[in-house]
Design a protein. Sequence first.
Length: 197
Amino acid sequence: MVKNTMQKNIKKNIFNFTIIYGSTRKNRVGIRFVYYLANQIKLKGHKAIIVDPLIAKLPMLNQRFVEYKKSKVPENIKKVQKALNRSSAFIVVSAEYNHMPPPALINIFNYYYAEFNRKPSCVCTYSSGDFAGIRVQSPLRAMLAQLGCPPIKFGMFQPRVSNFFNKEGAPSNQKDAEARFNVFFDELLWYTKKLNS
Ligand SMILES: Cc1cc2nc3c(=O)[nH]c(=O)nc-3n(C[C@H](O)[C@H](O)[C@H](O)COP(=O)(O)O)c2cc1C
């Protein structure tokens, strides 16, 4: 049933974009960027799914999804697996924590594997300061390549994230945000169509 709906949507060029976010901090601000991206994806007529570690609540890895007996997979681990499995492409949204991605982000990836295979990805980074979290591009790109989930060359990079987006994800400069969104999203969509045909 879900597979049929997905196939029908793909025929209509409607894709599932999953945004994977890594912050578990109580006062996190990167979630604003996530909301912005999800809203834009929906405005383009696609589906946006958010994998949020504060909602998914995956414990630090003990067993990968495939290592569980089918009847014993905890609901939260199963739910994320279903979302990833139904995805046509992934957008990873990450800050730098001491020049590295947040641990909860890496933890989500380590639970799964086949779900990412031969689907395109994109790395979007941000920071509270001026550098837009750009240093986590390299480790995240290496990991996505290892997951068989090739990262595209573009992304959206957001310095001073809490000044730029309000709590609902509305940008202070819509024209600027949209121009930067369109550059990477058009490219990601091109790969998404090719790899999901
Ligand atoms: C543990 C930790 C380490 C950080 N390290 C960096 C860093 O290496 N580079 C940087 O630009 N900002 C760094 N910051 C500042 C983050 O850019 C800022 O806190 C951002 O809001 C984190 O994203 P979040 O609010 O979604 O968790 C760090 C923040 C934390 C909490």
